[in-house]
Design a protein around this ligand. Structure first.
Ligand code: NAD
Length: 501
């Protein structure tokens, strides 16, 4: 049985005994336990970070970049093991877990360029023999609180840049799949990162609340559900911290009548059911503009019938189980709700065979197969609420304008996609849609590491997106220096406001 502990000051650390179970979602069996930090354990991690920070801040840019390069090599070399840990606790299939490691590595690679990213500006002669220049400096101790669905990638959206910029970092991973955090901590140590610069506190609300109020934590990055994102943003900023808090999503794919329906069906099935729909960028609603609805639904249904659902470690599996029994039950409740709301259940994931054997509802573990609800009513709960599971809702609309209004009228604004062969329509969509990340014939438009990731509306609280240059800005603060080296011509007292001359 696994015993997942904290990582403080470069070593595993015990807690006071409060723990939670970790499950194997494919069997439903308990696979181990994870410690849940007390206030004192969080304080110990923060103290280690505070002690380690000054020397790391003062390490040269080249030295910091060298550690990042070594960390990059080690994560790459250990990607299979990292993916195995993710798959075993999350349930996603191994190839998908490898994909999340690869996307996290892109941010590490971006952060290797920190000497370039932290270059300031310099203006010679802003006034007579006066120069001005800007510099960016790290904040101190910063923390990241992350969700269950990407236990390797989402932490890597944060800590490579924070650490490269010269901060000390405390990670509070999801208590549902915490093992990846400890492997990444060990790899940092092997890469030569000084002890105390990267720490992990395992835990729940107790740990989060302590990080939110701790006077020595300067900034918090959060990714998770909208209610907790809002809470973290409001509480953290009330305590004077810089906060970026990414929340939930309900991503729509708008299908215009001129689109290639085979391409659309492939994309909808891939983006709807990859990782069992437990992706913040998953497509959960297809808006089919008349008259393509019936044809498109037929193509989607035939592809869903070909999917293989099974444990994440079986190479034949394309889609694994959900994260917990409670979450599976919540997702399941939307099937009956959808029917009550007038939708047609065209594929019922309860009946999906798990690896060609018993149905999802008869198999032990947290199973639900891909589910398709057609003729979902616009504005119904199945249409508007985040389900975060393998449930694809098809909403029929009569025009581009009607589809756009449904997207813009929603609570969330994380990702969206338009499928069309009409460049003018696509350009109009990218201009008019109120969403942070847009795909044009791309169903999951996750920006590369050198752009920034983040949504609008209830998908993001704060004004800074993650990674890319916005990430560098989030983990640093600016200074502008105005400098004059005196010579005899600079004498005399002048009480007037300094103006250029
Ligand atoms: P969650 O909000 O339940 O948990 C996220 C983190 O908050 C975890 O570390 C958890 O321990 C902590 N937490 C949970 N309840 C808390 C509370 N009451 N007080 C303080 N901390 C608390 O989210 P989850 O279920 O782990 O992840 C799924 C959610 O994350 C979905 O809503 C998904 O859309 C969202 N998500 C968003 C993005 C994005 O980029 N916008 C990315 C990934 C996931």
């Amino acid at each position: 049985m696994k015993d997942i502990r904290h990582w403080i000051n470069g070593a595993l650390a015990d807690g006071d005994g409060r723990t939670a179970d970790i499950f194997d979602p494919a069997t439903g069996q308990v696979a181990g336990s994870v410690q849940l930090a007390s206030v004192a354990e969080v304080d110990a991690a923060v103290a280690a970070a505070v002690a380690a920070w000054p020397a790391w801040r003062d390490a040269s840019l080249v030295r910091r970049a060298q550690v990042l390069f070594r960390f990059r090599e080690l994560v790459h070399a250990n990607r299979d093991e990292l993916a195995r840990l993710v798959s075993a606790e999350h349930g996603k299939v191994h190839s998908d877990a490898l994909g999340e490691v690869a996307r996290g590595l892109e941010v590490v690679e971006f952060a290797c360029g920190i000497p370039h990213l932290l270059k300031g500006g310099f203006s010679e002669g802003v006034s007579t023999r006066v120069d001005s220049y800007s510099i960016r400096q790290p904040l101190g101790v910063v923390a990241g609180i992350t969700p269950f669905n990407f236990p390797a990638m989402v932490p890597m959206w944060m800590f490579p840049i924070a650490i490269a910029a010269g901060n000390a970092f405390i990670l509070k991973p999801s208590e549902k799949d915490p093992s990846a955090s400890l492997l990444m901590a060990a790899l940092w140590k092997e890469a030569g990162l000084p002890d105390g610069v990267f720490n992990v506190v395992q835990g729940d609300k107790v740990a989060v609340d302590r990080l939110l109020e701790h006077p020595d934590v300067a900034a918090l990055s959060f990714v998770g559900s909208t209610p907790i994102a809002r809470y973290v943003y409001e509480t953290g900023t009330r305590h004077g911290k810089r906060v970026q808090a990414l929340g939930g999503a309900k991503n729509h794919m708008l299908v215009l009548p001129d689109a290639d329906l085979d391409l659309v069906a492939d994309a909808a099935v891939s983006a709807g059911f990859g990782s069992a729909g437990e992706r913040c960028m998953a497509i959960s609603v297809v808006l089919a503009v008349d008259p393509v609805g019936d044809d498109l639904v037929d193509r989607i249904v035939s592809r869903v019938g070909e999917l293989t659902v099974g444990p994440g470690d079986d190479p034949a599996s394309q889609m694994g189980p959900l994260i917990t029994g409670a979450h599976r039950d919540k997702v399941l409740s939307y099937l009956d709700l959808g029917v009550c709301e007038g939708a047609k259940l065209v594929v019922d994931g309860r009946r999906t065979a798990v690896l060609g054997g018993a149905t999802a509802q008869e198999t032990p573990g947290f199973w639900l197969g891909p589910t398709v609800l057609d003729h979902v009513a616009a504005g119904s709960r199945v249409h508007t609420e985040e389900i975060f599971g393998p449930v694809l809702a098809i909403v029929r609309v009569s025009s581009y304008e009607e589809g756009l209004a449904l997207i813009n009228g929603g609570e969330f604004g994380n990702g969206t996609a338009v499928f069309t062969n009409d460049g003018g329509a696509a350009r109009r969509f990218q201009n008019e849609v109120e969403v942070g990340m847009i795909g044009i014939n791309v169903p999951i438009p996750v920006p590369m590491a050198f752009y920034s990731f983040g949504g609008w509306k209830s998908s993001l609280f704060g004004d800074t997106h993650m990674h890319g240059t916005e990430g560098v800005h989030f983990y640093t603060r600016g200074k502008v220096v105005t400098s004059r080296w005196l010579d005899p011509s600079h004498g005399g007292v002048n009480l007037g406001f300094p103006v250029n001359g």
